[in-house]
Design a protein around this ligand. Sequence first.
Ligand code: FAD
Length: 659
Amino acid sequence: MAKVIDSKIPAGPVPEKWKEYKAHQRLVNPKNKLKLDIIVVGTGLAGASAAASLGEMGFNVYNFCIQDSPRRAHSIAAQGGINAAKCYQNDGDSVYRLFYDTVKGGDYRAREANVYRLAEVSNNIIDQCVAQGVPFAREYGGMLANRSFGGAQVSRTFYAKGQTGQQLLLGAYSSLSCQVQAKKVKLFTRYEMEDVVIVDGRARGIIAKNLTTGKLERFSANAVVIATGGYGNTYFLSTNAMGCNCTAAVQCYRKGAYFANPSYVQIHPTCIPVHGDKQSKLTLMSESLRNDGRIWVPKKLEDAKALQQGTKQGWEIPEEDRDYYLERRYPAFGNLVPRDVASRAAKERCDKGFGVNNTGLAVFLDFSESINRLGLDVIMQRYGNLFEMYEEITDVFPGDVANEINGVKYYKPMMIYPAIHYTMGGIWVDYELQTSIPGLFAIGECNFSDHGANRLGASALMQGLADGYFVLPYTIQNYLADQAVWPKVATDRKEFDEAEKAVNAELDRLLGIKGKRSVDSIHKELGHIMWEYVGMGRTAEGLKTGLKKMHDLEKEFDTNLFVPGTKEGLNVELDKAVHLRDFFTMGQLVAFDALSRNESCGGHFREEYQTEEGEAKRDDEHYFYVGCWEYKGKGNEPELIKEPLEYEAIKVQTRNYKN
Ligand SMILES: Cc1cc2nc3c(=O)[nH]c(=O)nc-3n(C[C@H](O)[C@H](O)[C@H](O)COP(=O)(O)OP(=O)(O)OC[C@H]3O[C@@H](n4cnc5c(N)ncnc54)[C@H](O)[C@@H]3O)c2cc1C
């Protein structure tokens, strides 16, 4: 019988109770001059916004990142946009509708109250960012422009060309720099958190490695916040930046923080397909392209075969022989179905032999109709940098006209295929974003909080900035209110000694293996196992095989790894080895969770549980909970703890994007 926890969500009708609760949070006056220290690990959108806000409120913030500048955090990769319920298009949007779409998009596995709060603050985020000077796209008349993203029938995505993440991060960075100048934030770039230090059951500091000198250093504070991103790189190939890792989160998990819903991994439908075994990274083509691009494969198998053999090109196939399968299957949402639905539909077509590239693992994303309707200029204004990026990688420019059939111009289509992109699972947090370790908070992609089993496009930036600018700065004070009388602990305590000793011993162990295999070769093999057995379609048998293979490969890692160099100075291979050690823990956790959840929901698709039409089949009777995992030591199965979900404002039903 699994343990049960609750999330401190107040019971009662919504939304009145939530409002009272928020009022309670404001009892701690943010204008008080507080002499409290907070460690914020991460300078992505979540970490930078949190550090800047906490600094402005008077806390002393120590802000860490592994890059040489906060501006190089993975968040800059975000292309498409950020959601908010402003209803500038006058299309019926509202806070409730954004809340509803997000809960539905997450396949009814998110915590309702958190999502409502997220939708509520979404509009403040846009105002905050505009005030910082973020250059959002505007209409001719000056109003902020919007576009549509998957899972919504309104247009609520704010964007800055295809560089939304970068522009938002520059805004957050300018606020952060202001606090650095004011000496409220101290930046530690090229530092990696290796462990969290627990004193009397509370998070009191971290052990961080100076990545340039190799030296381990101790930092003490009144609270620790991790904002260290997701674990997509467990799969080796993903759209994430190469440096993304889950070391900080996994160390917190090893120290007792619950890890929630690890099996909810998002596979994005529009990525450039894998084209060989020498790749180390996949490239996303933003979901925004699905506003004007139409996804299709040939209707006839012989056309698909000809495409695969290279004897025919996509633009030679006339309209009547094209299967716009998303528009056919989901007439109400068409090409804008959520990512999990679009990814599975692409896989289904390719599995049936309709794939369009030489590996048979690709579908077309075609702009012919929209270019004919709107003109290339308009399309280039919307997606110019994405077209150029696609051309740079594939040597095909999607704006090039290639054929004319019956007076209709056909342009060169993009080829796309699903790839690992985002992780909905993460460190478990309560409503106040506090983990199961008091004093340890988790924000942004590294927590599990708002997206349930599937995240809607343009909602990650919204959540990261909501957490950083508007939620954590309030909620952390509820914890700190009774900490003000406690001085922060000294770093020469035995807890710091022990944590540092353990990190050192691990580095020695990895360097001392002196085997024959490089970190990347083992990581790549782990990625293959993850993709094949814990990827888009999972089965109980496959997951067990995957777990066994991971276990064996981890042994190979422990006995046959080769890390050149020493602990002193810069040693990138050593850093990667530490990350890989933690990807092993993470991969197994994903598989355990997937195995325990005998249903399909969102990004977790168990092939045994699907409808006759191939849609995900949820089992609300048995799995209507957040699955939290407690670490039980290396090689042991973690323990499942359940947080039951309670829905009061939204009726739980089967997702429908057909009508
Ligand atoms: C290609 C791409 C496009 C995307 N487009 C969109 C989009 O259009 N809209 C949207 O909403 N979302 C998008 N996303 C998702 C979104 O970008 C991310 O979910 C979000 O940026 C994560 O922000 P974060 O602050 O939580 O983490 P990150 O931006 O990943 O930042 C993590 C930070 O933690 C630091 N860090 C990590 N480990 C350690 C450690 N051990 N010690 C010290 N520091 C550490 C890093 O240095 C970094 O500063 C996209 C994602 C990708 C991959």
